[in-house]
Write a protein that binds this ligand. Structure first.
Ligand SMILES: [Zn+2]
Length: 403
């Protein structure tokens, strides 16, 4: 089989796995008849087919570096599909083994001790004394975006993120998105990529939206995050090169490590610290009716909280590996990730559904950041955008970024 034939067979295999799990195919904009022809096949047959395609792919010897990178990425995607079929058939690996099999990456083995010092740091920043979780909730209350101002604030953030991204990355004329406000979801926002450079961005209003989330979500879901990543892949890989494996996006795969990691790192690419602070103080805080002089301390607190994000991986690992029960997992999230009880409960539902997927956000961000900054340095904005955009157009998995 040629690489193109294997790519087509891979797309059809992912579509077949999708018939066993609704959430597996996150985006598809390939030929409709590939999708319509699908009848549900037994998991065992899909597993043998994945084995067969992997053998075919491994046997190819390709002359060009570009093609070898394509082959390598597809090998890791295919072996992830293989692992996911096993998971659907009931084989659950331990957390670290699962994340390696599905996402080609493993979160560092951190424990409570690693987070205790960070909690101390926060204790000194926050007003009052006593229980940190309660104090943080109290402190955060001033930074909620009022419901009736949410759309104005979020629109301002996404328009700014878009303008900043367009300065450095050429986007198709017709690219566009729509924002919808929804409720009763286990995520806080979601990008549904529809093809033809168009995204539906949904924002969940079950929880109060804090002011930092405006830029975070606008960049992560939109520019230069998921919307831009998807449209660059569609344009450069699917339409220009005919690499059909990229017309489908299996959610539980190395593709998500790069997607979530680049979407999170993209926030600081679009809004470097000093520029972000200016935009927050001059535009977003006033739009939300929050006093701009509160912004400095607020963002110092957020920077410390960011360092606690790996506590979420630690808790997910212990819970999924059966070391702690649900109530203890919620308690650990409240203590070490400092989310309040309601949000910690929502996070446990996310962990139950998406399992080791959680590593894609923080470890993904750190690995993409290290990859880009090793090549571009920290201070050359233009060069950083270039390396970042090149990575989106030439996808790499975690191990390919570390090499
Ligand atoms: Zn995301």
């Amino acid at each position: 089989m040629t690489l193109n034939q294997i790519a087509e067979a891979y797309v059809k295999l992912v579509l077949s796995v999708g018939l066993h799990d609704d959430s597996y195919v996150d985006a598809y904009y390939g030929p409709t008849d590939w999708k319509n022809q699908k009848v549900k096949q037994a998991l065992n047959d899909l597993l043998s087919h994945a084995d067969f395609l992997l053998l075919q792919l491994n046997a190819l010897s390709l002359p060009l570096e570009d093609e070898r990178q394509r082959q390598k990425f597809l090998q890791l995607q295919l072996s992830s599909v293989h692992a996911y079929i096993n998971q659907l058939a009931g084989t659950h690996l331990l957390f670290d083994a699962e994340s390696l099999a599905l996402y080609d990456a493993q979160s560092p083995p951190l424990t409570e001790k690693d987070f205790d010092l960070i909690l101390l740091e926060l204790d000194q920043l926050l007003p009052g004394d006593g229980d940190l979780n309660a104090r943080l909730s109290e402190y955060h209350r001033d930074f909620e975006i009022p419901h009736d101002k949410l759309d104005a604030v979020f629109s301002a953030a996404i328009n700014e993120a878009r303008a900043r991204t367009k300065k450095y990355i050429a986007l198709p004329e017709e690219e566009n998105f729509k924002v919808e406000y929804v409720s009763k979801q286990i995520w806080s926002a979601y990008n549904w990529y529809m093809g033809n450079s168009y995204s539906l961005i949904q924002v969940n209003t079950d929880f109060p939206m804090f002011i930092n989330r405006a830029i975070d979500l606008a960049s992560h879901e939109g520019y230069p995050g998921h919307h831009v990543f998807n449209l660059l892949i569609e344009k450069h890989l699917v339409n220009d090169k005919g690499w059909m494996e990229y017309c489908i996006y299996p959610l539980y795969s190395p593709m998500s490590f790069l997607a979530e990691g680049s979407a999170n790192y993209g926030i600081e690419v679009a809004f470097p610290e000093v520029e972000r602070m200016l935009f927050e103080k001059n535009t977003l805080f006033p739009l939300a009716g929050i006093a701009p002089d509160k912004a400095e301390l607020y963002y110092r607190v957020q920077a410390v909280l960011q360092k606690l994000s790996y506590a979420g991986n630690m808790v997910a690992k212990r819970y999924l590996d059966g070391e702690v029960d649900r109530a203890t997992a919620i308690h650990l999230l409240m203590k070490y990730a400092l989310s309040d009880e309601k949000r910690s409960t929502q996070r446990i539902s996310f962990i139950e559904k998406n399992r080791s997927y959680v590593i894609n956000y923080n470890l993904g961000q750190d690995i993409v950041k290290a990859y880009v900054e090793r090549r571009a340095g920290k201070n050359d904005e233009q060069h950083r955008w270039k390396i970042f955009a090149d990575l989106l157009r030439h996808p790499r998995t975690a191990s390919m970024m570390i090499d």
